[in-house]
Write a protein that binds this ligand. Structure first.
Ligand SMILES: [Fe+2]
Length: 422
């Protein structure tokens, strides 16, 4: 059986925050949990028992890899990607989580704004490129076999492609015809116009609320288009398919929210996610970032535009050491709160937009606190609050349980064959 494995022993040094803007190596970063050391995955670690058995196994694996990859090809073949997960050495337990597993820790990255090229990342930083064509579904798994990223095959339906294209054209039109402010064109994620809509909680709000602001009318009109609803529903359905436990949790939380806040009506028809962002481009490429306020389940990104996906627009997932070709109309699901990610810019004269959906971790936290803020919880129920604090340590482990293992998805027939992954 051919297995593709990413062995990425990455040295992530901790450096002083003051020097963020001065350096240009994004492998140097600041993270509140001080350690994000990589370990070899357990399969590799178990080598110590017998050196000769170890050598045989390594030689066999290398031969398998070579058979798949070809000498120095640097990436797996499409045929293998359709049938096998991409195995990474990620130790998810060491990802930067805060607030007992409700949201990710805030992080700043050195050189986050630097443009990176495929060549540089592959040759100098040992990244592996995944030549995904957006047709079949490809999963990446962590060291414990958890499915942590899914590049979702596009629905085999020309009307879906048509809707995705319509959404893209609409976004480009909105992007070009809106009088964006300077700040809107230069956010911490990149230099492109973007706007959000949906439900959120934080910043001293007593309860989750629908986002306000002067772009709400525009965004609510945008997301009510049938083409946007279709893409949003595909993102949500894919989330249900490949992250079934996380989807169930999000769905249940929505029911709880509806009970506590009767005016809660979700965000986009047919979607379990409560928030969305439209990145209008016209050349959307993000700096290295984490979406730290999102719940650490999974978020969905759909790319659109007119670009050669083998030359630009790729999604770089720094914590997995992977670069995904990301064709227009296709969708990738990943825990964007936890993984550092960015894009390679598309080429001059090309256009790229992206549409994302997620749920704010603060909403789930508010519900878990009994439909109140942390401050109200502490005052109104000191005993329950203390218990929550005691259980906080183990909460991240519990949060990781929402990720399915590859074997679980395979057993349910969701992955594992070319036909079963669509
Ligand atoms: Fe993001």
């Amino acid at each position: 059986m051919a297995i593709f494995q990413v062995n990425s022993a990455v040295n992530l040094d901790i450096i002083a925050k003051e020097s963020i803007e001065d350096l240009d190596d994004p492998d140097l970063f600041i993270s509140k949990p001080a350690s994000l050391k990589r370990k070899l995955n357990p399969e590799a670690e178990s080598k110590t028992s017998s050196q000769s058995a170890n050598n045989i196994r390594l030689a066999k694996r290398r031969a398998e890899e070579m058979a798949v990859l070809g000498p120095n090809s640097g990436h797996p073949s499409e045929e293998v990607l359709n049938k096998e997960p991409i195995r990474t050495a990620l130790v998810s337990e060491e990802l930067p989580i805060a607030e007992g597993g409700w949201v990710a820790s805030d992080c700043s990255y050195v050189g986050a704004k630097k443009k990176h090229s495929l060549e540089e990342l592959q040759s100098k930083k040992d990244f592996t490129r995944v030549p995904w064509k957006g047709k079949d579904t490809v999963c990446a798994i962590d060291a414990e076999n958890r499915v942590v990223l899914v590049a979702v095959g596009k629905p085999d339906d020309p009307t879906y492609s048509c809707d995705a294209e319509n959404m893209t054209n609409l976004m480009l039109e909105i992007g070009a015809n809106t009088d964006w402010t300077k700040d809107e064109l230069n956010s911490r994620r990149g230099k492109f116009a973007s706007a959000t809509c949906g439900w959120s909680h934080g910043n001293g709000q007593p309860h989750p609320m629908r986002l306000g602001g002067e772009r709400q009318e525009l965004m609510e009109a945008f997301v009510s288009n049938k083409c946007v609803e279709r893409v949003a529903a595909h993102q949500s359905d894919s989330f249900a398919r490949y992250f079934p436990k996380a989807h169930e949790e999000y769905r249940g939380r929505n029911e709880q929210l509806k009970e506590r806040i009767p005016e809660f009506d979700g965000n986009i028809k047919g979607s379990v996610f409560n928030g969305c962002t439209a990145n209008f481009g016209p050349n959307t490429w993000t700096y290295i970032h984490r979406d730290t306020r999102n719940a650490p389940g999974a978020c969905a990104i759909t790319a659109g535009g007119n670009f050669d996906s083998t030359k630009g627009g790729q999604l770089i997932v720094w914590d997995l050491r992977l670069i995904f070709d990301f064709p227009a109309g296709s969708t990738i699901l990943l825990p964007s709160a936890l993984f550092r990610h960015s894009n390679i810019p598309v080429r001059d004269g090309e256009q790229r937009v992206s549409f994302t959906q997620y749920t704010a971790g603060g909403i789930h936290r508010w519900l878990e606190y009994g439909g109140r803020t942390k401050e109200a919880f502490e005052i109104e129920d000191p005993e329950g609050y203390s218990k929550m604090l005691e259980e906080r340590e183990g909460r991240w482990r519990k949060a990781l349980e929402v990720f399915s293992t590859y074997d679980e998805l395979k057993a349910s027939g969701v992955v594992g064959s070319t036909t079963g992954t669509r």
